[in-house]
Design a protein around this ligand. Sequence first.
Ligand code: C5P
Length: 236
Amino acid sequence: MQKLQQLYAGKAKSVFATEDQDYVVLSFRDDTSAFDGERIEQLSRKGEINNKFNAFIMEQLAVAGIPTHFEKLLSANEALVKNMKMIPVECVVRNVASGSLVRRLGVEDGMELNPPVFEFFLKNDALHDPMVNEYHIATFGWATDEQVQRMKALTFEVNQVLKKLFADAGMILVDYKLEFGVFKDEVYLGDEFSPDGCRLWDAETRKKLDKDRFRQGLGGVIEAYEEVAQRIGVPL
Ligand code: C5P
């Protein structure tokens, strides 16, 4: 499918129109951002790794019955996806306490969370993606109640599939962020699932294998992403 004009540029991906208005091209760039876009660096090969990583995960989720926007890989850095109207909230599930949960509530980093915690955040860099709840979403019309319930249910279903996938490869899925959109009146998983949007720790050593390596200046960011990809069998 032919790639036409750019429709949108996010912090790490750009979206292009195609001749079919039901589909768009997602182009994964090497840009890596942290702190709501305040810090941006280029990490060579990150776009390609995340594109292929995301394709692999989206395919696994589709096999498990989760509706996703992913159609197919187009090139090393590009994928064809459904042209959705994105719901402007992020859905986060946490299996282990880390990151903003620890900062907000003062709980111990690494504490197992049983049951897992679910949180909504508004997608708004200028406001630093504030945490919101179902009342905010209803009052401000960001999604219908039905869509909210669907996003929650799908985010927990993803947890079942991916916790096992990473555990089988010796990793702990600490937490992750998902975004959903609406296509032909149905809610689909959108955006991407990659080490940019989740926390993954080695199960034995608890070594961080995700974007926290970039956020915390630990180095070896791409090497860690490649290690995760290789462990779960992503063809790179
Ligand atoms: O920062 P926080 O602890 O709230 O992040 C929870 C999870 O959501 C982490 O895996 C993080 O990588 C992801 N996240 C994201 N994009 C954001 C905020 C958080 O991918 N804008």
